[in-house]
Design a binder for this molecule. Sequence first.
Ligand code: FAD
Ligand code: EPU
Length: 339
Amino acid sequence: MNVQENISLKQYNTFGIDAAAKYFATFESIAELEEVLNSKLQTPNSKLILGGGSNILLTKDFDGIVLKNEIKGIEVVNEDEDHIYIKVGAGENWHQFVMHCVQHNYAGVENLSLIPGNVGASPMQNIGAYGVEIKDVFYELEAFHKQEKFIEKFSLTDCDFGYRESVFKNKYKDQFVIANVTYRLNKRPFFNTSYGAINQELERMGVKELSIQAISQAVINIRTSKLPDPKEVGNAGSFFKNPIISNEQYLELKKAFPNIVAFPSGNDHTKLAAGWLIEQCGWKGYRKGDAGCYPKQALVLVNYGSAPGKEIFDLSEEIIQSVKKTFRVDLEREVNIIF
Ligand code: FAD
Ligand code: EPU
């Protein structure tokens, strides 16, 4: 265990925010994590568990200890006629795990290709894209309770997954460190091409016979065409969630804004495209200093170079206020704000 002091976190967050951590350590096992937690460095209420740093916004220097999870390992732990069960260390890179599955013909995560970050964060907000969410392939996970120092298993129902939600963002917020996740993948693929853009891309690619490899490549192509690469422009993907409102409120909005982009969400609710709402308020392509709203996708806020996290946060606040004023809809941040 090597604890560093006063280091810049710029390379550890995809927004590229140059905030400092008072202490910084990595851990490759729960035993190593316990060692750090038991050391004299621990400062109450100021521990940040870090994966790939692709869903956080640091608003200032972090006056505590940042603990980067580097627990590794990909292991087939069980198999039945239809499924393969793979246990993956929280510190494994998500996209590399997806590529491992695609190469071995384990189906289920191909639609989630190219999502940045690590395996350990995938259940935190039930990552999702192109018609699939982690809950569709999740089997169980093991997590360590930081305060009480025990390891607990969580099943699918224990995690209480919802749209960009889980028990770890709510009831157990900041309590557990996810050590590993077991996914249940399919030996026989169920192709999910329900998201319109996938079919269009498969057609453009000239794909005659569907495969998980082709779907993965189609998703990679779509994502590269509209989302900024954090290596070039700092960002954390969608900054806000797509708001879910009652069908009643939606019908009122539709009268006033006939072009509003929306999708059914269960029987009684409608999900609005937040990108559309933000674009209509005139923010798409906006830039003030190095903080901006991405010109190709209004839901993504960006750091063009050296924006302080506070400026990105302030921009997000202005966007929330203007969407509220124009549409009377509340936007909720998807990115975890570190104050
Ligand atoms: P971090 O940013 O390191 O952490 C996120 C949160 O989880 C923090 O609160 C952290 O404390 C906590 N955490 C991390 N690891 C652990 C652990 N092991 N135990 C306990 N807590 C932990 N997300 C989607 O859902 N769909 C997308 O399509 C998508 N596209 C994106 C595109 C781009 C270009 C970018 C930059 C981001 C995108 N994201 C997307 C968001 C992000 O990739 C995911 O939320 C990802 O799962 C975050 O992983 P991470 O390891 O980087 O988490
Ligand atoms: N739109 C606009 N203007 C914009 C952006 C979007 O009008 O600037 C409208 C378009 O009509 C478009 C629709 O919104 O068809 C939906 O846009 P898109 O397909 O890009 O998806 P999204 O709803 O903006 C969500 C997720 C993404 C995920 C994609 C694909 C959330 C908050 N975001 O974005 O996840 O990759 O769908 O499934 O649910 C992330 O969580 O970080 C993320 C990138």
